[in-house]
Design a protein around this ligand. Structure first.
Ligand SMILES: [Fe+2]
Ligand SMILES: [Fe+2]
Length: 237
């Protein structure tokens, strides 16, 4: 029974449970040798809630490529924004929390803030320019906005094709990936850190692939359609 196990045993069996525990307000490395039942009793945690959170973090909520491909572009934008939100609010804070509590932190500590900054900038740039621009295109194609040109005007020299090119070459994880590959964990906490960074890297690769292979091609096609429609309209006027 999972409640009779110590926190270290639970995390050792499945590192994902470290994040589930964190979500419940428990740092597994603070009292690794305490049984989960003891912790629950001390903190008045409901066992059902604990099991639910384990189940939640264990479940693979990843949608398949084909499923995502069938999404209309407005839903695709919402899906990507939701993933951004999870990266920033859920996954990254836990990695930072683990790194802060690592014994051997010199290199990781130097690299992590830099990486987080780059990563957050990437996300906000994407949401504030690319996604916004595409949402205007989508609305104009549906005839929801009456004067699309006035809404597209503030984007000035913005080029979706250029953004796409840049996005395909981007790899913010490069530095941290090579660091973590060479990193030899000496404790369970460090092992969880390594696993979490690797899992984050895998998710980032998947996320970027969705953007590069599904989102940008769809958006470029939409851009072409909208502009040809606008050209036709202006030639009629
Ligand atoms: Fe993104
Ligand atoms: Fe991106």
């Amino acid at each position: 029974m999972v409640f009779e196990k110590t926190l270290a045993e639970i995390v050792d069996e499945n590192y994902v449970y470290a994040r589930a525990l964190h979500y419940l307000g428990i740092s597994f490395f603070e009292e690794p040798n305490k049984a989960l039942s003891e912790i629950c009793k001390e903190r008045g945690l409901n066992r059902e809630k604990v099991i639910k959170s384990f189940y939640l973090f264990d479940g693979c909520s990843r949608l398949s490529f084909n499923e995502i491909k069938s999404y209309p572009i407005d839903l695709l934008v919402e899906y990507l924004k939701h993933s951004h939100h999870l990266f920033i609010k859920d996954k990254l804070p836990f990695i930072i929390h683990l790194a802060e509590n690592c014994e051997e932190k010199q290199e990781i500590q130097k690299l992590l803030p830099e990486f987080v900054e780059d990563f957050i900038r990437h996300i906000y740039d994407e949401e504030d320019s690319v996604f916004k621009y595409v949402q205007i295109l989508d609305k104009s194609s549906k005839g929801v906005i009456s004067n699309p040109i006035s809404q597209l005007l503030p984007f000035g020299n913005f080029s979706l094709a250029h953004e796409f090119e840049h996005h395909r070459e981007d790899d913010e994880m490069r530095a941290i990936r090579s660091l973590i590959e060479a990193f030899e964990p000496k404790s369970l906490k460090e092992r969880v850190l390594v696993q979490e960074v690797k899992a984050f890297d895998r998710e980032m690769l998947y996320h970027a692939a969705i953007e590069n292979e599904i989102f940008f091609p769809k958006a470029l096609k939409l851009e072409e359609e909208v502009y040809s429609l606008l050209r036709k309209k202006s030639s009629l006027n």
